[in-house]
Design a protein around this ligand. Structure first.
Ligand code: FAD
Ligand code: FES
Length: 344
């Protein structure tokens, strides 16, 4: 008979074995143990964490996650971020040879909502305080979990990026966009002070890098939070007064505008800041700034000035993919200078 606190042993051929607590996913257990498992979204969307079970029994969180094709399924592939071991397991887990050091290992904990601030008609800044330091790198995300989401399991989670910086006071800030008919974003944006929220993190590889290159941030829609964190991280570096930031933000209409406040906040700390805001569907009467999509604004700026930068991108997958395609295929920017999170 299984006990709630049971721990299983996971063996990865060619790597050391690690423990997995009952109910944890294979990916999270690996990361908690410091095993450099390959992943991006931790949400079943990107397919980076595909693996094959060699021996043992598992359950899955999603039957048909977007990150697995029918061909993958025929070949017996699964997603480590959506797989829960049911006993000891041997798994051909893909490891990331470039896994950076300095990541805090993800842990589970709870926090209390202390402030809720509307940023636009559908974007809300939520501040959560925990009783342990907020330990993460600028640009990382956490899984935010709520109890009793209609139609979901007892505890339903989604990935949300922190917009602030690590701090000993345990303050975690998120900017959450209310998605129409969204199971969790609707609940998170409706939270009030005093609500208890489950957190699990930090996760994510698209964080501020320790290089001396100037940086470009590209945010679309709800992708603002990690780009604000990356920009804030740059602004507190010892060499900030010699660093340049180009911040591109793409929204739909005037009522989506709020990014400027965050860029203005850090611009005094940097040597040069350019803020470019582009709207794809603004009314003629309301907006005389640039129109179109954020990758078009970046294309208009051109590679001559931007190609030697570290470039950070966050937002909906079509926008992120369009930017990355342009940077890699047209601008020929080395992949180690490009860091992105797609918000599946
Ligand atoms: C690494 C990562 C970081 C993220 N960071 C943030 C963040 O900082 N802020 C934030 O607001 N979101 C962020 N997201 C997205 C977030 O995790 C959820 O996917 C989103 O809030 C929708 O969840 P839901 O439960 O409300 O919608 P669901 O119930 O899961 O989906 C409802 C419907 O909405 C569609 N949908 C899902 N997401 C979106 C979207 N973003 N825009 C339009 N339609 C959508 C779905 O396809 C579905 O049809 C991030 C995602 C990832 C993977
Ligand atoms: S990390 Fe598992 S699908 Fe993205």
């Amino acid at each position: 008979m299984t006990r709630r606190d049971e721990t299983y042993a996971v063996s990865v051929p060619g790597a050391s074995s690690f423990p997995c607590s009952q109910g944890d996913t294979l990916l999270r257990a690996a990361l908690r143990a410091g095993v450099p498992a390959a992943y991006e979204c931790n949400s079943g969307g990107c397919g980076t964490c595909k693996f094959v079970v060699e021996d043992g029994e598992v359950a899955v969180l999603q039957e048909e996650p977007a990150g697995l094709t029918a061909r993958d399924r025929r070949k017996g592939k699964q997603l480590a971020c959506q797989t829960v071991p049911l006993g000891d397991l041997t798994a051909q887990l893909l490891l990331n040879p470039q896994w950076p050091s300095g990541h805090a290992r993800p842990r589970r904990f709870s926090g209390e909502v202390t402030a809720v601030r509307p940023l636009t008609h559908d974007l809300v800044e939520i501040t959560i305080v925990t009783d342990r330091p907020a330990d993460f790198l600028p640009g990382q995300f956490a899984m935010v979990g709520l109890d009793g989401v209609a139609g979901g399991p007892a505890h339903t989670e989604r990935a949300y990026s922190m917009s602030n910086l690590a701090n000993p006071e345990g303050i975690w800030q998120f900017q959450v966009k209310r998605v129409p008919d969204g199971a969790v974003s609707g609940r998170v944006t409706g939270l009030t002070r005093g609500a208890v929220v489950h957190l699990d993190g930090p996760y994510g590889n698209a964080h501020l890098q320790d290089t001396d290159r100037d940086i470009v941030c590209v945010a679309g829609g709800s992708g603002l939070a990690p780009m604000v964190s990356v920009a804030r991280g740059l602004a507190v570096r010892p060499d900030a007064s010699r660093r340049r930031l180009d911040f591109f933000y793409g929204g739909r209409a005037c009522r989506d505008r709020c990014a400027q406040e965050f860029v203005a906040e850090i611009s005094g700390a940097l040597s040069q800041v350019r803020f470019v805001e582009v709207l794809s569907a603004a009314d003629e009467d309301d907006w005389d700034g640039p129109r179109g999509y954020v990758h078009e604004a970046l294309a208009a700026a051109g590679p001559a000035e931007l190609a030697d930068r570290d470039i950070y991108i966050a937002g909906p997958p079509p926008m992120t993919d369009a930017v990355v395609r342009m940077l890699v295929l047209e601008w020929r920017i080395p992949v180690e200078q490009i860091h992105y999170d797609r918000f599946f």
